[in-house]
Design a protein around this ligand. Structure first.
Ligand code: 5RP
Length: 224
């Protein structure tokens, strides 16, 4: 199985956890794309009455095209379950997200969810976080100074670019990726980053997730 088949496998597995009447947080990324496809199929075939709360404009468009009812996060009073992808997940379910640049909305949806499930292919499972660059979302105003401060701290920052322009999130912010390679203390680094003026959010998702479904050659592995 190639990586896309593993992503599809976990996407299809995850929708089995969605029950009629639920309000469901819908993440962002190529793995979630498979999950939303599978959910759209269930909604159509089983006439499921669910409400989706999306984490990016991309997911909103896909879900609406499939006939899934979407509400803004501020129109719902709770989210039962959020299903999202991740870029790295360690042995303790601590993770890095934001490879697709949706970390801010993903985190807002996540913290307002009763349960969080991540769906990943097996390449995302690591013993130590950091090989994947840690995304940091910053407001454009003064971002060159934030970048410089990150450089001074030795965090190896790089502005995320699309073609020759700085990547813009759905919230119209920039992303600075930190190439750290090995992150010994994610909690300490997270604390340091949130204290920096101009930083809106970072891609650490710590002590948040309840279930991880890992796509493997032998079939989906559900970890709690
Ligand atoms: C987007 C994310 C994605 O969930 C993460 O990048 C995983 O993406 P993919 O499923 O395409 O590998 O955090 O901001």
């Amino acid at each position: 199985m190639d990586q896309n088949e593993l992503k599809q496998q976990v996407g299809q597995e995850a929708v089995k956890y969605i029950e009629d009447g639920m309000t469901v947080g819908l993440g962002t990324g190529s793995t979630v794309r498979y999950m939303v496809d599978a959910l759209g199929k269930r909604v159509q075939e089983e006439q499921l009455n669910i409400v989706g709360v999306t984490t990016s404009n991309r997911t909103t468009k896909q879900a609406q095209d499939l006939g899934i009812t979407i509400k803004n996060i501020d129109e719902v009073d709770h989210i039962d379950l959020t299903i999202d992808g991740a870029d790295e997940v360690d042995d303790n379910f601590q993770g890095i997200k934001g490879g697709g640049g949706a970390l801010l909305w993903e985190k807002i949806v996540a913290i307002n969810s009763s349960k969080i499930m991540w769906i990943v292919d097996e390449s995302k499972m690591v013993h130590q976080l950091g090989k994947f660059p840690l995304p940091v979302e910053v407001i454009p105003f003064g971002s060159a100074h934030v970048f410089h401060e990150l450089q001074q701290k030795g965090y190896n920052p790089e502005f995320r670019m699309t073609n020759d322009t700085k990547f813009l999130t759905d919230q119209k912010n920039y992303i600075i990726d930190l190439q750290l390679n090995r992150i010994g203390d994610p909690f300490g680094l997270a604390d340091d980053l949130v204290k920096m003026v101009g930083v809106v959010e970072h891609g650490f998702f710590l002590n948040m997730v309840n279930t991880v479904i890992v796509g493997r050659e032998s079939g989906p592995e559900v970890l709690h």
